[in-house]
Ligand binder design. Structure first.
Ligand SMILES: O=c1ccn([C@H]2C[C@H](O)[C@@H](COP(=O)(O)OP(=O)(O)OP(=O)(O)O)O2)c(=O)[nH]1
Length: 153
């Protein structure tokens, strides 16, 4: 896999150890997260291996405790903010800037400092077979039950 670093602060996606599924993605500069939906550029473009895709995913520590950052009026005290990375897909042929989509539930903007972990990128094989129109499907025990309708016995 290849990565192009697009700004001086951009970092190579990195796994924390040999067993980590995700490559951590880092803020390339101090990045302001506004209330609502944001696209935070990671300032890298990547070339994935054939038949793989990248999933931009939240880091569970942030999902549970809030994202680490700083209030605009106090850039020294790190706090947790009520904001989540929304899962995204990086296609194999995408050569643009990889971004992380963040939804903030805060009522004020906050700052993620340069170099801080924002999200993780999990690279997975995908199955690109086409769907064929059919008049019926194979029978299964679940059938059409879903959305919580399947009870444990
Ligand atoms: O979290 C994300 C989601 C998407 N992308 C980039 C890479 C991806 O290949 C491209 C398009 O994403 P997607 O295929 O999900 O967008 P779409 O809404 O289906 O539109 P389109 O494919 O026309 O851009 O945007 C990211 O960098 N980060």
């Amino acid at each position: 896999m290849k990565v192009v670093l697009l700004s001086p602060g951009a970092k190579v996606p990195k796994r924390v150890n040999d067993y980590a599924a995700g490559y951590d993605l880092f803020a390339p500069k101090d990045s302001v997260v506004k209330p609502g939906r944001n696209l935070i550029p990671i300032d890298i473009s990547i070339e994935l291996d054939p038949h793989t895709e990248g999933e931009v995913r939240p880091c569970s520590g942030y999902s549970i405790n809030g994202m680490k950052g700083f209030s605009l009026n106090d850039l020294k005290t790190e706090k947790r903010f009520d904001a989540d990375v929304i899962i995204g897909t990086v296609d194999e042929d995408y050569r643009g800037v990889v971004g992380a989509i963040i939804k903030s539930y805060e009522d004020k903007p906050f700052v993620i400092k340069q170099g801080a972990k924002i999200a993780q990128l999990v690279v997975k094989n995908y199955i690109g077979k086409p769907f064929e129109i059919a008049s019926e499907l194979s029978k299964t025990e679940r059938g059409s039950k879903g959305f919580g309708e399947l009870e444990h016995k």
